[in-house]
Design a protein around this ligand. Structure first.
Ligand code: ATP
Ligand code: MG
Ligand code: MG
Length: 382
């Protein structure tokens, strides 16, 4: 356990990675601003203050690390390519570069026979290009930013031609857009996949529930999904991740359509919100799995098994500055609920401030225990 891990980004995913590393006293060096979430809980590593987009800062991180990894894909891959000569970068910078452009990612998957929603790039952010794209993929469609997207912030649903202008305005100024055929999904699924040096392994199939394009809840195992479809989702997720180089955990988001067709929505080359449940519900968490993969520690398929059904609820920033703390406090009334706060300080509306996971012998019991908290979250809505 003498290898040092360098992480670009010190948000909640970095923090939970540090939590897993702390148990094994694996030194994790974090590159991010000041007192970021991950830095707050690690004094084993040597942190670097700066932006995870700054080439100089990334070089400094590389100098003190044996393996460099990311907790966010919106990083400078030119510098990752450079440092890859002297430090192990996992997953590969090529993978991160491909995935950070959501359109290029889709093309890459499509070319390798992985089913995705039909997509077409807009040459310019113009009405003519919108017209063309809508002829290609039909209406409704989802207009998406190719880069820097998260929590649905780069997405705009386009129902009719009347929305063209609004959509272009909403994603304003962004020249890198693409249109995606509307997926009439029955349910959204996610599978966390682990690429080790020899294998492609997968965690259980999770159901994800989004509200306003932000993940609100996850249920594992996915409810109302047959064992056969759950297996198909695992296979598709593993096939999708096998298309990319490098080691580590990948989050694969999928749509299950009405006719049981599965499409890959997108892949994240890092631990993922839909895998938080693994901390309490699986033998090995997605964070331990990520460390195991990038450091070549032993890991097998059976280690990723679900121990108990689990429900995870995201705690988002609300209208009031401290509404997330009220939710956390309420969660403590039932100690089966495990509360994770990210220490991000000021809440912004819709910002991920923490999450709560509950495991129980049956899904219905886990749901019953989470329900008061879901009610509280919904009450706070205007
Ligand atoms: P993340 O935070 O997961 O990175 P993101 O900003 O990259 O999100 P997407 O995953 O592309 O955004 O979309 C967010 C949500 O919007 C999806 O989970 C889904 O609920 C909805 N969505 C996305 N694409 C489509 C589509 N083609 N048809 C219907 N709904 C869609
Ligand atoms: Mg995304
Ligand atoms: Mg997504």
């Amino acid at each position: 356990m003498d290898k040092r891990v360098g992480v670009l980004g010190g948000g909640q995913l970095g923090a939970m990675l540090v939590e897993a590393a702390n148990q094994l006293r694996i030194p994790v060096n974090v590159l991010d601003v000041g007192h970021s979430s991950a830095k707050q809980i690690s004094s084993i590593g040597t942190h670097i203050e700066g932006s995870f987009k700054d080439p100089e800062a990334i070089k400094k991180l590389a100098d003190i690390s044996d393996v460099v990894t990311v907790e966010i894909e919106h990083v400078d891959t030119t510098i990752l390519e450079k440092i890859a000569g002297t430090v192990d970068v996992q997953p590969s910078w090529k993978t991160i570069r491909k995935i950070q452009d959501k359109y290029a990612q889709k093309q890459h998957l499509h070319e390798r026979g992985v089913a995705t929603a039909e997509s077409v790039a807009l040459k310019t952010a113009s009405m003519e290009e919108m017209e063309k794209a809508s002829r290609d993929v039909g209406l409704p469609l989802m207009l998406k930013s190719r880069r820097e997207a998260y929590d649905g912030r780069g997405n705009y649903p386009v129902r009719t031609k009347d929305d063209f202008n609004l959509a272009l305005e909403a994603l304003g100024g962004n020249k890198d857009l693409y249109a995606e055929k509307w997926a009439n999904f029955r349910v959204e699924l996610a599978v966390m996949v682990v690429k080790t040096k020899d294998d492609v392994l997968s965690f259980p199939t999770t159901e994800t529930v989004h509200e306003n394009s932000i993940c609100k809840l996850t249920y594992t195992p996915a409810r109302g999904v047959s064992e056969a479809i759950s297996q198909k989702a695992q296979e598709l997720a593993r096939k999708a991740v096998a298309c990319f180089d490098g080691k580590g955990v990948f989050g694969v988001e999928m749509f299950l359509l009405e006719d049981d067709t599965l499409l890959v929505n997108e892949i994240a080359p890092r631990p993922h919100n839909s895998g938080h449940y693994t901390i309490e519900a699986c033998r090995v968490s997605q964070y331990e799995a990520h460390l195991s993969a990038i450091l070549d520690l032993p890991l097998q398929q059976e280690d990723l098994q679900l121990r108990e059904p689990a429900v995870m609820l995201n705690i988002l920033g609300g209208e009031a500055k401290d509404s997330h703390l009220k939710i956390a406090q309420a969660a403590l009334k039932d100690r089966w609920l495990k509360v994770h706060l990210y220490g991000k300080g000021q809440a912004r509306k819709g910002r991920k401030m923490g999450h709560v996971t509950v495991c129980a012998p049956t899904m219905s019991e886990a749901e019953r225990r989470m329900q008061p908290l879901i009610d509280l979250v919904d009450e706070g809505k205007p």
